[in-house]
Design a protein around this ligand. Structure first.
Ligand code: ADP
Length: 190
């Protein structure tokens, strides 16, 4: 299985590039952010997840891991999965390794999109116009998401680096240019 973790701060372009990857390699794309937003808004789970995400905080690991495993299990025939927005903590990364091991597979690579902080803020503010997401519309919440990324999520790259699976990609340029860089990187490890 071609299991790819697509990594990077909020606004790095993970969702856009995930769609390109999905089409090119016939993979399943799982975005935990999208899964949380698609929950029945009247359910207790949705309300709980939203109580964290609206403030730009992470949903607790136990909930997120359960949700992720449920999503992966919906696609037993998948040729591979793009993990977008997961793992976001070292605990989630450890859980993913164990989960994939139980399925006799593993993460093949982590593609990390590198984008400077100023550019992220500009992109998120622009995205708010179209996404309608409350967490994109407020500069304090954006800053909290970036700070949460630095504190809790950035260390996840070291987890995969230690396994020799980290590939860093320059995430600044046109969408096509960045897609090209990612495809080239994947061809070297396939
Ligand atoms: P972005 O990458 O633009 O910040 P996402 O759509 O990936 O946005 O996620 C939106 C929100 O959903 C996050 O700010 C967080 O509250 C929650 N979330 C998504 N994925 C995870 C995760 N793996 N662990 C914890 N919380 C998550």
């Amino acid at each position: 299985m071609l299991n790819i973790v697509l990594f990077g701060p909020p606004g790095a372009g993970k969702g856009t590039q995930s769609e390109r990857l999905r089409e090119e390699y016939d993979l399943v794309h799982i975005s935990t952010g999208d899964v949380f937003r698609a929950l029945d808004p009247t359910s207790e789970l949705a309300k709980l997840a939203k109580s964290y995400s609206v403030k730009g905080n992470l949903v607790p690991d136990n909930i997120t891991i359960q949700i992720l495993e449920g999503e992966v299990s919906k696609h037993p025939e998948a040729l591979g999965v793009i993990y977008d927005g997961f793992p976001r903590t070292t605990g989630q990364a450890e859980a993913l390794d164990k989960f994939l091991e139980s399925k006799d597979t593993a993460v093949k690579t982590m593609i990390s999109l590198v984008v400077p902080e100023d550019e992220l803020k500009t992109r998120l503010i622009a995205r708010a116009e179209v996404s309608g997401r409350a967490d994109d519309a407020d500069s304090e919440i954006i800053q909290n998401r970036i700070n949460t990324y630095k504190k809790s999520t950035a260390p996840v790259a070291n987890f995969y680096k230690a396994q020799d699976k980290l590939i860093e990609i320059d995430g600044v340029g046109s969408i096509d240019e960045i897609t090209g860089r990612i495809f080239n990187a994947i061809e070297t490890i396939k």
